[in-house]
Design a protein around this ligand. Structure first.
Ligand SMILES: Nc1ncnc2c1ncn2[C@@H]1O[C@H](COP(=O)(O)OP(=O)(O)O)[C@@H](O)[C@H]1O
Ligand SMILES: [Mg+2]
Length: 277
């Protein structure tokens, strides 16, 4: 059984325009899943449906066997699905880092002794243990977002949803978050659902869902998705830089192989093609 499953889920905020239309998808335990789509395509609505902040109008969402349409299951779902949002400033509540991280578990009624352990685990997981007694206001954007992630990790969710959590960060901050999240996935087996419009953040995903006008327009591995360059662009999305350059070269008659996504792959292909100088 999938860890998170959406079956024919539809949702509308105003009973007129559908924000999410007949979406079916499944996420297995330990997977790293990326969701991409243009602005207003329904990604954040999906994130809110995943952790039962919103309930489908039709269809159903199940997390670890709990269905979000069942009122008694809401607590179990919210405990399992942690969402990190875009702006770290809106997610930090306390004036000292450790109090901030403790906020969630305290609200869940976790025992005092255990809260200490959770703070330690969460701050270590995001590489911020040295900042335990610091004030969040003095941290960089990337560091603040790492504290926001720690706050969610302290709840020990099996699934971490990042809703454009790197969008307000500079390249260094984005890199920090990406590394932390990849490590959580690889070493702690946290299931990751990364919503992003940075294509570089999609390349390492096990699978990708492309959302367009509230529905799933494509799904597959990153290589399968980015091979369909024309459709990707029609949906208002970019290709990863290396895939874009490879495509431009192909248009000029350079026989670069299909499916190139990373700078390394492009460099490798060009070395094969270029006459030795
Ligand atoms: N709180 C809201 N109330 C009414 N409509 C909303 C609300 N949030 C989003 N929408 C609408 O739902 C659709 C999907 O939005 P959203 O899920 O935020 O997309 P994305 O995260 O991909 O940008 C859009 O048409 C948006 O205008
Ligand atoms: Mg959004």
């Amino acid at each position: 059984m999938a860890l998170l499953e959406a079956e024919n889920v539809s949702f509308s905020y105003d009973k007129k325009n559908m924000a999410v239309k007949n979406v079916s998808l499944s996420v297995d335990e330990g997977e790293y899943v990326a969701i991409i789509g243009h602005n207003g395509s329904g990604k954040s609505t999906l994130a809110r449906l995943f952790n039962a902040l919103l309930i489908p109008d039709s269809g159903k969402i199940t997390v670890d066997g709990f269905c979000s349409s069942d009122k008694n299951a809401l607590f179990e779902i919210r405990r399992r699905v942690g969402v990190v949002f875009q702006n770290p400033d809106n997610q930090l509540v306390a004036s000292i880092v450790e109090d901030d991280v403790a906020f969630g578990p305290e609200n869940l009624g976790v025992k005092r002794e255990e809260i200490g352990e959770r703070i330690e685990y969460a701050l270590k997981a995001v590489g911020m243990e040295k900042f335990r007694k610091s004030s969040p206001t003095r941290l960089s954007g990337g560091q603040k977002q790492r504290i926001a992630i720690a706050g969610v990790l302290a709840l020990k969710p099996g699934i971490l949803v990042l809703d454009e959590s790197t969008a307000m960060l500079d390249p260094q901050g984005r890199k920090e978050i990406l590394e932390v999240v990849r490590k959580l996935n690889a070493e702690d087996r946290v299931t990751v659902i990364a919503i992003t419009h940075y294509m570089e953040e999609v390349l390492h995903a096990d699978k990708v869902f492309v959302v367009n006008d509230g529905g799933i327009a494509m799904q597959g591995t990153p290589a399968e998705i980015f091979r369909r360059a024309k459709e990707i662009k029609q949906m208002g999305l970019e290709l990863p830089l290396a895939a874009y350059i490879a495509e431009k070269l192909r248009q000029r008659g350079v026989p670069v192989p299909e499916g190139i996504m990373t700078e390394e792959e492009l460099a490798e292909a060009l070395c094969v093609l270029l006459p030795k100088i």
